[in-house]
Design a protein around this ligand. Structure first.
Ligand SMILES: CC(C)(COP(=O)(O)OP(=O)(O)OC[C@H]1O[C@@H](n2cnc3c(N)ncnc32)[C@H](O)[C@@H]1OP(=O)(O)O)[C@@H](O)C(=O)NCCC(=O)NCCS
Length: 172
């Protein structure tokens, strides 16, 4: 299994994969919409390729941390592995590679809304412990996490602002 950049040829397969992983279309719609936004980072839309079959996908896009001054940070969303390929390290490989690429690019911080049992193994901590808050009042504190990278500085605090494309997926 290798991790590589997503290409336009992968888009239909990525859509099938994301829909299968989440069991609904909202996250696949989100991926399609995010590719069209200014926040899209082509270096950070990655697929896990097993002998020519796309078995996993991850996307990191730019969002804004409303610190003083505001700073561009990354949102990790979504990450998807075909159900038949889950629990074999594919998701971990995608996350680790994405975080390494983000660090090399000089990105300071990655934000994720996700499973509190899963992300701490990659160095994610509760965002609230660093003074970073989500725009959604109803999500559990432990599900909103951040991973600081080499370029992070302590003044990076405040509320995270997501583009509207995220609203539909978050509210479902
Ligand atoms: C979450 C997901 C990306 C993980 O990828 P994966 O390749 O299955 O994960 P890995 O093999 O790297 O890691 C396996 C670990 O993840 C944990 N894990 C998998 N899905 C999980 C979930 N929904 N909640 C909590 N932990 C989960 C497993 O329990 C396992 O933990 P262990 O190592 O302590 O036994 C994948 O299961 C998936 O696509 N799920 C459906 C979509 C989804 O929920 N995406 C993430 C949204 S935050």
């Amino acid at each position: 299994m290798g991790i590589r950049l997503e290409t336009t040829w992968d888009h239909p397969e990525v859509r099938r994969l994301v829909t299968a992983a989440f069991g609904r279309r909202a996250e696949a719609d989100l991926v399609d919409k995010l590719r069209e936004t200014d926040g899209f980072v082509s270096q950070l839309s990655l697929v896990a390729d097993q002998s020519g079959v796309v078995v996993g996908h991850i996307m990191f896009t730019h969002i804004t941390l409303e610190s003083d001054p505001p700073v561009k940070v990354l949102a990790l969303a979504p990450v998807s592995v075909y159900p038949a390929f889950q629990n074999r390290g594919v998701g971990s490989a995608l996350i680790r590679r994405g975080l390494a690429v983000a660090d090399e690019r000089g990105e300071p911080l990655v934000v994720v809304l996700g499973h509190p049992e899963y992300y701490p193994r990659f160095g994610f901590v509760r965002a609230s412990t660093l003074g970073i808050t989500s725009p959604w009042p109803d999500i559990p504190d432990d599900a909103f996490m951040v991973k600081t990278l080499s370029a992070y500085t302590e003044n990076m605090k405040g509320k995270v602002r997501y583009p509207p494309e995220f609203d539909a997926a978050e509210q479902m």
